[in-house]
Design a protein around this ligand. Sequence first.
Ligand code: GUN
Length: 281
Amino acid sequence: MTATILNGKKLAQAIREKLKLEISKQNITPQLAVVIIGNDAASSIYVHSKEKACLEVGIKATTYHLETTITTQDLINLITKLNNDTNVNGILVQLPLPAHLNTQEILSQIDPQKDVDGFTALNVGLTLQKHPQAFIPCTPKGILRLIKEVHSDLNGLNAVVVGRSQIVGIPTAHLLLNSNCTVTIAHSKTKDLANICQKADILIASVGKANFFSKEYIKEGATVIDVGINRTENGITGDVKYEEVIEKAGYITPVPGGVGPMTIAMLLENTYEAYLKQKQL
Ligand code: GUN
C-alpha cells in the first residue's frame, strides 16, 4: 500500500483564503501581538512565518522582540499592557522561553480572552470540557482538522499519541478522546513502544527525533501525523521515516507541508475568533 499524502499546505491555504474573504467583507482589522524573546533561530523563522500569514489575510501583527536578559516582571508588565489595549485581540508569547523565565507563570498572565494559543489554565480546562468558547491550541486543532479531512467518523478508532508535551501531545490526546477515539499517550518511558504504535489506526508522532518512526511502528493502512520539525544536515525532516512509512500507511503528512502550515492557519482562525468574541459579533 502507498499512502495518500495529507496535504496540510493546501488545506491551510484554503482556510487562509476563507479567512481573508471574511475579514475583508466585514472591513475589520483583527490585531495579534507576538512576543519573542532572544535570538533562537527556529523561533525567529516561526514568528516571521506567522507575521507574513497575518499580513496576507488582513490581520495586523505587531511583534515585540525582547532581549534574552528581560526579567519576569518586565515581561509581565508588557503582557498587562497588551491585555489592557482594546486594539489588541490576540497575544502570543513564542516558546520556548529562556531558561531563567518561568513559562507557566508568564503564560498565566495572558487574558484568556486573548489567549489565541490556548495555553492558559482556563482555555486548557475549556478545551477538555469541549466548551464552545475554548481557544484550542493551534497545532492540536490543526492536526484534528487534517485527520477529519479523511476520517468523517473517528468513533472507536485507536489513536496513539507519542509525546506528552503541554503544547502538542496532551491537548491532541484530549481532542481525539473528545472525538470518541480510544486514546493511548506514550512517551519516552513507555515500554515496547513499537508494539503499542502497531495498534494505532491514527498515530501522532511528536517526539522531536528525526526519522524515529520506522515501518515497524506502523499498522498497515494507518493514518500517520508527523509533528516533528527536526533540523538535520540533510535539511528539515519529521519524526517519521517518510520514505519507508509511506509504503505502509494509508495517509501520511509530509514535513514540511503537513502540520506546520495548519498550525499557522489555526492561529489566524483563533485571532479572528478572538476579535469576534471581544466585539460580541
Ligand atoms: N513554539 C512552538 N510551537 C508553538 C506554538 O504553537 N505557540 C507558541 N507560542 N510557541 C510555540
